[in-house]
Design a protein around this ligand. Structure first.
Ligand SMILES: [Zn+2]
Length: 399
């Protein structure tokens, strides 16, 4: 077992003794001692409680040192952006927001990110060397392996733009990019559903999409489009045209603009999904009925997902989730009617609790997962060993 994998055990945040680590890994005590020493030199592990034992004896307990490094999580929306500085536990140390349109193009938006990272580090009084990675969520399809958006419909100028390269000119750290729904799923899990390994987060806003966590791992699929359920066909909507060129898509009947149109058709005023949510909150029966039907339509598609991947929690997020129980009731109605009893027996369908913070928390989680992954920790410990060997050779040469 490598140092990176030993570190993986220590990530649970609990204190470990050398004996416990030896038992869990099967490694010799002397090997454990050497590897813990490496991880302490990297700053990733610290004596538990921060205090060394007295009398010159080495410390007895060790745990992850969450303050060793920092990451920044960034959420870019259609008309807003926010960035949060967090430690390696995902605790937020500082946050900034701006009204900025993704349609202004990558340079305008990413130069805001560069400034925000600088401002957040300055405010925290930490040096730029402590920054370990940046995670970013974008409102469109992203090729996760390269960090490039691919044909994003609401992001002119961004197609195949090299987001990591742009930021790395200023900050030479790993930059992880994903779509907004995937990072929301990660954020919701990190903050409120840590023990849930199978969950789906459905974002209902101007569009509809899903972030899927299965077996504890975010599922992106072969090209990164897994969970793109806005253009799945729903029964009974064949004549409704969609902006994608097809008709009968879920988005065309149940996303924010469709709900506003349905409300207007019944004589009330609404420009977007946010207005519809406001109407529901003020007691409009028309808006309540429209939202409930949208819930049923979303539920038709969610029922198929439930049958296919058997999640234990379905989280509804995004602007329209503000309609709360009216939306959930419609979704539950279809899901319980359409899914297999065994799949729904322990299924929870809930609204997002992380809400607006889910995305930045998830972007931070994306960065943390990379920084603390066994491979990255292993590479850092190998680099340290190589530097030690070089220093030793240099000392021998001078003697
Ligand atoms: Zn469509």
């Amino acid at each position: 077992m490598r140092t990176g994998e030993l570190f993986d055990l220590l990530r649970d945040g609990r204190p470990w003794t050398r004996a416990q680590l030896a038992e869990a890994t099967g490694l010799a005590r002397s090997t454990i001692t050497a590897r813990i020493d490496t991880l302490m030199r990297l700053g990733l592990v610290a004596p538990f409680g921060g205090a060394r034992s007295t009398g010159g004896r080495p410390p007895a307990l060790f745990a992850l040192n969450p303050t060793a490094k920092l990451v920044v999580g960034v959420d870019i929306g259609a008309t807003h952006a926010s960035a949060a500085l967090t430690d390696l536990n995902g605790s937020i140390l500082g946050e900034v927001d701006a009204q900025i349109a993704v349609a202004d193009g990558p340079e305008a938006v990413l130069s805001w990110v560069v400034e925000s990272v600088r401002d957040l580090l300055e405010a925290s009084e930490r040096p730029v060397e402590d920054l370990a990675a940046i995670g970013i969520g974008l409102p469109g399809p992203v090729e996760h392996s390269t960090g490039r958006p691919i044909n994003p419909p609401i992001m002119p100028g961004w197609d195949r733009f090299d987001v990591p390269a742009y930021l790395q000119e200023k900050y030479p750290v790993p930059v992880l990019v994903d779509n907004d729904v995937n990072i929301m799923a990660l954020g919701e899990r990190r903050r409120h559903l840590r023990d849930v390994d199978d969950l789906v987060l459905i974002k209902v806003a101007t569009g509809i999409g899903a972030g899927i966590v299965s077996g504890g791992v975010l599922q992106r699929g072969a090209q990164g489009t897994a969970g793109d359920l806005g253009h799945v066909r729903v029964p009974g909507a064949d004549d409704v045209p969609c902006r994608c060129g097809n008709s009968g898509c879920l988005e065309a009947v149940a996303a924010g603009p469709a709900l506003a149109a349905a409300v207007r058709a019944q004589g009330e005023q609404a420009e977007n999904g946010g207005d519809v949510v406001e109407l529901v909150r003020s007691g409009s029966r028309v808006a309540m009925g429209v939202v409930r039907q949208a819930g049923r339509d979303i539920g038709e598609v969610v029922a198929t997902m439930v049958n296919l991947i058997n999640p234990s929690v379905v989280v509804i997020g995004g602007q329209v989730a503000g309609a709360g129980e009216h939306l959930l009731a419609g979704i539950r109605e279809s899901v319980y009617h359409r899914s297999l009893p065994l799949a729904t027996e322990h299924l929870r369908i809930v609204t997002s609790r992380a809400g607006g913070e889910a995305a930045v928390l998830g972007a931070s989680a994306l960065a943390i997962e990379h920084v603390l992954s066994p491979d990255v920790v292993e590479a850092a410990s190998e680099a340290l060993a190589a530097a030690d060997a070089a220093a030793e050779a240099e000392a021998a040469r001078r003697r």
